[in-house]
Design a protein around this ligand. Structure first.
Ligand code: SF4
Length: 325
């Protein structure tokens, strides 16, 4: 793959990406599948486990999120989990076939306090298990990113969520630039970047493409690009949005795969509303990772269980990917 790295483009225009997104569906999927096969073992899907280590009570106002304190949702607030509990979850995830373990805390930003010291401890211990350790903790300074890197953090997730133009419609408590700044801090600290977005927020096709274009124009593409379908959480402003059309999801995945060929494209939230055939289309379009969550949850929304996922992969002739990419 290294020889191919020079062929990766960072100068995509929105028009070009829109042209790709709008291709006849079968042509688009065929082309994305060819790129996928050129860059990745097409029969392998990485299993990543996501654990909420601190849930709810978040001061931000992301309209899609049930963890924002200001919305009246059924989500129970939970303080930062003890390190031993997190490590036990990570061990179980590894035993079930996950190679990546992501710890999520519903914070606006990381503060240099005792809780951050505990996250550092968790990163060290999960890293020692031989898993790719990922965190998603909100905004981060470069010095905090360096501390995480020194502790063994492999990846940091910070999604763009949507386009710069549509951002204010979805979140008012921070800016798109804040988002990009954290991603830069992560990159400067030598941590790999996990950044993608959500569709189904009421955005236009142009917004979807603009978001992909921001990611695909980065000097180094995010190594991991999660594509999420809105999980409609009762009590949030977007609870009544229409269900995301599967073909929109397939088009997003295929466009991300073509624009960022070396990246892992992650079929993320919203899988519970997709049947196996629909998920197979997403794999065909170039998705090569899924998130699994313990207790059949992805953070705070329902998700298939890991055993259902393993059965599905077996039926599709796919297998869990080994560590690294
Ligand atoms: S998405 Fe993250 S930052 Fe936004 S409200 Fe939810 S937990 Fe807070």
């Amino acid at each position: 793959m290294k020889d191919n790295l020079k062929s990766i483009r960072h100068d995509w225009t929105k028009d070009e990406l829109l042209g790709i997104y709008n291709k006849p569906l079968l042509t688009l999927v065929f082309e994305a599948a060819a790129v996928h096969r050129q860059w990745h073992p097409a029969e392998e899907v990485q299993l990543s486990t996501l654990l909420s280590v601190k849930t709810g009570g978040c001061p931000e106002d992301c309209s899609y999120c049930g963890q924002a304190a200001r919305y009246h949702t059924d989500i129970e607030v939970q303080a930062l989990l003890p390190t031993a509990t997190v490590v036990a979850h990570a061990k179980r995830a590894k035993d079930s076939g996950s190679t990546r373990f992501c710890m999520a805390a519903a914070w606006r930003e990381v503060r240099d306090n005792r809780d951050f010291d505990r996250i550092i401890e968790m990163v060290k211990e999960v890293n020692a298990l031989g898993l790719e350790v990922c965190c998603t903790l909100g905004m981060l300074t470069e010095s905090q990113a360096r501390r995480l890197q020194e502790a063994g953090l492999y990846a940091y997730n910070h999604n763009l969520d949507t386009s710069e133009e549509y951002y204010d419609e979805i979140i008012s408590t921070r800016t798109f630039d804040n988002r990009v700044k954290t991603i830069t801090n992560v990159r400067n600290a030598g941590i790999t970047v996990c950044s993608g977005g959500i569709i189904g927020l009421g955005e236009s096709k142009t917004d979807r493409i603009a978001m992909l274009c921001t990611l695909a124009s980065m000097e180094k593409h995010p190594e991991s690009v999660p594509i999420n379908a809105l999980a409609r959480v009762k009590g949030t402003p977007l609870e009544n949005n229409p269900k995301v059309d599967i073909w929109d999801m397939v088009r997003m995945i295929a466009t991300a795969r073509i624009a960022m060929p070396a990246s892992m494209v992650r079929l993320s939230a919203g899988r519970l509303e997709m049947d196996e055939v629909e998920q197979a289309w997403c794999f065909m379009a170039g998705a090569n990772s899924i998130f699994t969550g313990e207790r059949e949850r992805l953070l705070v929304t329902p998700n298939p269980s890991i055993s259902d996922d393993l059965d599905m992969l077996a039926r599709l002739g796919l297998k869990p990917m080994g560590k690294g990419w």
